[in-house]
Design a protein around this ligand. Structure first.
Ligand SMILES: [Zn+2]
Ligand SMILES: [Zn+2]
Length: 149
């Protein structure tokens, strides 16, 4: 589904900045920090920081974008279209890349949850070392998302 259509179906106006922010997040291989989103949006043309961050907030508010806290207290943003249920992530402690895991990668036993609680959002973060950073793997080349510079 196009970003324009996702925005309209969520009851939002498809402003150019929202479309570009959503495009960038949808195209990313993993979850992005705000600075990365800003940089990618600006590659496509002028965009000021405040507008980009405001658009992000709007997209998160309508669940078009999922906001996940990283271990460094910097939020990561990824596509809300990744699937319902538990939206879990794998975080590489070496390069800081956060990848979305497929729905079902982490499952919960509903019988162990508090009976009287209504769960609105589930956030699971797995930490470890990604294939790009692992021993025996070449550190040159590979995923652009793994570059920290
Ligand atoms: Zn890594
Ligand atoms: Zn994600």
């Amino acid at each position: 589904m196009s970003s324009e259509r996702q925005l309209r179906e969520a009851g939002l106006r498809a402003t150019p900045i929202r479309v570009r922010v959503l495009d960038v997040i949808t195209d990313a291989p993993g979850a992005l920090i705000p600075a990365e989103i800003l940089g990618l949006v600006q590659e496509g043309g002028d965009a000021d920081r405040v507008s980009v961050y405001r658009a992000l907030d709007v997209l998160v508010g309508r669940s078009l974008v999922v906001r996940t806290s990283g271990p460094d207290r910097t939020y990561r943003y990824c596509s809300g279209g990744a699937g319902a249920g538990v939206h879990s992530h794998f975080y590489c402690t070496r390069c800081g890349t956060m990848r979305c895991l497929a729905p079902g990668a982490v499952s919960l036993d509903a019988t162990l949850l508090p009976e009287d609680a209504t769960i609105g959002r589930i956030e699971v973060r797995l930490e470890g070392v990604c294939g790009e950073c692992g021993p025996g793997k070449s550190l040159s080349g590979g995923l652009g998302a793994c570059a920290t510079g």
